[in-house]
Design a protein around this ligand. Structure first.
Ligand code: AMP
Ligand code: MG
Length: 415
């Protein structure tokens, strides 16, 4: 049986990078740039004023101060988007507003608070240095310089930079398409029930609503990939196989349940018969010990356990890093921080445990992690309470209250 780290290394060693595609600016949010972007022109395209004030020649104002202001005459006006052709000569100034091009001849800006204006006459009470309050042409980006390197994760600021260099599209790595299939004789399809109006009727005895395909599709979306819901298949090899036929155009296939050693657990056999090369099928962790990973052509297959928490925790540890790697991300693991344990924990040595927890930053700035009360891996509600996972190493048997534990923060963590 592989350790969690061995299993993750095995998976990430097999993961292909997605091809690149062109996307509109907002479609690139959260994705990775697949090209280097350079600036075709200087940004800003000319020297501009950083303040409302007056463009001046600094040499005209040597020695000026509040007690002995210098006098200049205002000969022009430059506002953002509309500069002036009139140069500033000796003894002259030009009115400038924030973002306005600096008129020729001027080399500094004096803020309006340091001046007094009387018609065209300007009294200046400071002696600026050259370039004061001037943002130089090309200061943001010089023409021909790299604006964004290939491999950059695109957030709002990077998108602003793309727009500034006139790019309305950028090449980014494609989102992986991920097929999601729930298996199990006991499962009912929420969609089918709701569309037939049966949801309002009496509950169907001995059967449960499929929740795994919803949690997994949501996790796929949250990881920036595209889910393709294949729905449900009963515990029947032919039916599972037929359902998987619909995954042909997906990059990754996720199944849940039927992957252990029970007499109705067919998923591993079905995958093997379909030519999926299984690399491993158990990992030394709890929840989530039965977990099969395989490859076929360029496709990755993850057969996840059926218990709702086990499926989600397995996704977190293995599928999410794989999807992020495919999408070109370099940092693919959840942030892990040390926290102080609130409560006690005990387990047998042997497996890594991922304990559902709520974590918070206390008044002293310390992270505190409290296990949620019930850890049965079949409980969806306990997973819904958790915003983090305490990671207890295989060898650990007991942790006392106040001791340090490692915590993996999930999307729901709010601090
Ligand atoms: P299995 O892995 O098939 O042994 O299933 C383990 C447990 O998970 C059983 O209690 C199943 O009823 C439950 N389970 C399996 N699939 C789902 C699903 N799609 N949604 C909710 N619970 C499930
Ligand atoms: Mg089952």
């Amino acid at each position: 049986m592989l350790t969690v780290e061995e299993a993750l290394a095995e998976i990430l060693g097999q993961v292909p990078r997605m091809p690149a595609e062109s996307a509109g600016l907002l479609e690139t949010l959260g994705r990775v740039l697949a090209e280097e972007v350079s600036s075709p022109r200087d940004l800003p395209p000319h020297d501009v004023s950083q303040m409302d004030g007056y463009a001046v020649r600094s040499e005209d104002l040597r020695g000026a101060c509040a007690g002995s202001p210098a006098q200049l005459s205002v000969v022009a006006r430059s506002v953002a988007g509309r500069g002036t052709d009139r140069p500033v000569r000796e003894g002259e100034a030009a009115r400038v507003l924030t973002g306005a091009p600096l008129p020729e001849g001027a080399d500094a800006v004096v803020v309006q608070e340091e001046t007094e204006r009387d018609g065209d006459l300007l009294r200046v009470k400071v002696a600026p240095s050259p370039r004061d309050f001037v943002r130089a042409r090309g200061a943001d980006l010089a023409a021909g310089c790299a604006a964004l390197a290939q491999g950059t994760l695109l957030g709002p600021a990077q998108i602003a930079l793309l727009a500034s260099v006139w790019r309305s599209q950028a090449r980014v790595f494609q989102r992986p398409r991920v097929a999601v299939l729930s298996t199990g004789d006991e499962l009912l399809d929420l969609d089918g029930l709701c569309s037939s109006g049966a949801a309002a009727a009496a509950p169907v005895p001995q059967r449960i609503i499929d929740s795994n395909s919803w949690s997994l599709c949501a996790q796929v979306l949250a990881a920036g990939a595209t889910p393709v819901r294949l729905g449900l298949a009963p515990d029947d090899p032919e039916a599972i196989g037929r359902a998987l036929d619909a995954a042909a155009r997906c990059d990754v296939v996720l199944t849940s349940a039927g992957v252990s050693v029970g007499e109705r657990d067919f998923v591993k056999d079905v995958l093997a018969r379909r030519g999926v090369e299984l690399r491993f099928w158990r990992v030394a962790m709890k929840p989530g010990k039965p977990l099969a990973f395989g490859l076929k052509g360029g496709q990755l297959y993850f057969a996840l356990p059926g218990n709702p928490t086990s499926a989600m925790v397995s996704f977190e540890q293995f599928v999410r890093p794989a999807l992020l790697t495919m999408a070109g991300r370099r940092s693919v693991r959840r942030t892990r921080l040390m926290a102080s344990l609130e409560g006690t924990l005990a387990k047998k040595a042997g497996l890594v445990h991922f304990v559902r927890a709520r974590s918070r930053v206390d008044a002293g700035g310390r992270l505190v992690a409290a296990p949620v009360p019930r850890q049965d891996s079949g409980l969806i509600s306990s997973m819904a309470q958790a915003d983090s996972l305490i990671v207890l190493p295989a060898a650990v048997e007991k942790v006392a209250s106040g001791e340090a534990v490692e915590v993996q923060l999930l999307d729901g963590f709010e601090g």
